[in-house]
Write a protein that binds this ligand. Structure first.
Ligand SMILES: [Zn+2]
Length: 321
């Protein structure tokens, strides 16, 4: 009896229970809870965000799908190189691994593996349902095929694009990356592709070394919300004339926030909500299914990072459109 009751109450569902009639959902794995805070990185944010979501009324009607498995090596090889994967799995502290600037442990390996599979599953569900799905992790856009960088070991977005294209055929995928740091790993691999369009707005005088993309908008330190949102509106207008997307991936970094310690923009929480609404409207008006991944966030107060991610998810997964 208790089992039946708890299965009704529990917001978690196995991935295999997904049906295309379900138009909204999250993906999550308990390995997301194993991360600790590391220097400026709020590793606990994944757990705290999940805790806040499961207590929220609006999430009661939105399933949280448990990620079914880790990626297979052949799937990872569609994006990453064999030597790099060997170093990663064997915890070899080579230059290509150490450039991540975070430790490498079995917990961290698992976290990245499930996060990577999670972004793929979210993309698959968005495609099959025509809806909006979010990975409660992901957005590790600094990882290259053969080296780690900027706290990122595996590039979940690159993995998702490659495996999706392999399984479902070529589709046009629009990547909107609004983390304050340019997604150099994604730009490097997809910045010249014709089936993927990569758009970034980033702080031009901040990490990393910039790579070519279809639309790169670098803004100076001190850019406020008004200017940022005006640039975003112009960019979305331009993209609508340049690229016909079948699917979208939105990296909703929390670090353009005014109190972020690794960022220099001045957006308030309300302005970040407006940003998320503009992205939702863009995809919604064109009937483009899309996925949301969290990406970065390093506010002085950890609770601000949770608030920003929470707001993104609430704005994107509730209401019409
Ligand atoms: Zn960032």
């Amino acid at each position: 009896m208790f089992d039946i009751l708890s299965s009704i109450i529990s917001p978690f569902r196995p991935y295999k229970s997904f049906k295309p009639e379900i138009k909204r959902g999250f993906v999550y794995h308990k390995s997301y809870e194993k991360l600790e805070n590391m220097s400026v990185i709020p590793g606990k944010k994944y757990f705290q965000l999940k805790e806040r979501l499961v207590k929220s009324d609006w999430v009661k009607d939105i399933p949280i799908f448990e990620i079914d498995r880790k990626p297979e090596r052949e799937e990872l090889l569609l994006f990453h190189t064999p030597d790099y994967l060997d170093d990663f799995f064997e915890l070899n502290l080579t230059d290509n691994i150490m450039s991540s600037e975070i430790p490498l442990t079995y917990e961290i390996i698992n976290f990245f593996l499930y996060s990577t599979r999670g972004t793929y599953l979210a993309l698959e569900m968005a495609y099959k349902s025509g809806g909006i799905f979010a990975n409660l992790s992901g957005g590790f856009h600094h990882a290259f095929c053969c080296h780690a960088e900027g706290f990122c070991y595996l590039n979940d977005v690159g993995y998702a694009i490659e495996n999706f294209q392999k399984n479902y055929g070529k589709k046009n995928i629009l990547v909107i990356d609004l983390d304050i740091h340019q997604g150099n790993g994604i730009c490097y691999c997809y910045g010249k592709r014709t089936d993927v369009y990569v758009f970034n707005i980033y702080q031009e005088d901040n990490y990393p070394k910039k790579e070519e993309a279809h639309l790169n908008i670098g803004l100076p330190s001190g850019t406020d919300g008004k200017e940022y949102l005006a640039k975003l509106a112009d960019a979305l207008d331009l993209i609508s004339r340049e690229f016909q997307a079948d699917l979208g991936i939105y990296l909703a970094g929390a670090d353009p926030y005014e109190h972020d310690v690794l960022g220099g923009f001045l957006l308030s929480k309300e302005e970040l909500i407006t940003r998320d609404q503009m992205v939702k409207l863009y995809f919604g008006e064109r009937n483009i299914p899309y996925v949301i991944v969290l990406a970065g966030g390093y506010a002085m107060r950890e609770s601000d990072v949770i608030d920003i991610h929470y707001n993104t998810l609430k704005v994107s997964l509730t209401g019409n459109g």
